[in-house]
Design a protein around this ligand. Sequence first.
Ligand code: PMP
Length: 284
Amino acid sequence: MKIYIDGKYYDEKDAAISVFDHGFLYGDGIFEGIRIYNGRIFRLSSHVRRLFESAKGIYLNIGIEQNAMEKLVTEAVALNQKRDGYIRLIVTRGDGPLGIDPFKCPRAKIIIIVGDIQIYPREYYSQGISALTSSYRRIPADCFDVRIKSVNYLNNVLAKMEAHRAGCLESIMLDHNGYVAECTGDNIFIVKEGALFTPPAYQGALEGITRAEVFKMALTMGIPAQEKTLTRFDLYNADESFLTGTAAEIMPVVIIDGNPIGPGKPGIITEKLIQAFRSLIKQG
Ligand code: PMP
């Protein structure tokens, strides 16, 4: 595996960053997770666009333009000869002295890892997972806009650990008003009376690229889909539920807080969307 750091490629064992990198010291950085399917980088431009929006959100000058970034990622994938895999694209504030001041970091650092990811064992895609509504609330937008995909995931990490302690695979995070936001690394959807609903981004959800694909697939399949404010009540009374993310893809959620969702197994619409997504990614 060849890893890109700051203009050069390194073997896995030599790929290291400085302890003075502010991404490491302060979580001062942003990232994207991107899939490679069938020799093509899935929705590369959307990911790079979102990365640059995250950069704006933290006043970070990446130092190159979006098309140059797309080229860099494409080159890293070609060099690693990957036809199916997962790219982790990271931009940190770069190296600087101790102390959080970002203005003392002269140059952003770009890191590209081309590897693999499997978040959930395969069998869960046919049987679904259990989730928990977390006691850790999503950080409100007046503290930090979670549409910035930052390298600081501690809020999510704590919620994920809480899920594991309760014997669940994932947590659903609520905002500070008790409205559903998203999962720790994925968006959440419910199906009710044949229609799809997911919380709006301003209620603490990342504008997921897989989420956007679900909206597009729903449109072609004639399934109504819209953003909607949801509470735990809506989750418990949904006919079906699933989560979406680049790494997780589309995963049925069949139990939430011990309540079976619908009949407690993956629903028909969820399964149709999983199938449609599989044919979509075959095209790359
Ligand atoms: N929410 C969070 C918190 C995430 O980290 C992610 C990405 N892993 C998502 C949602 C899903 O976004 P996407 O479909 O673009 O991967």
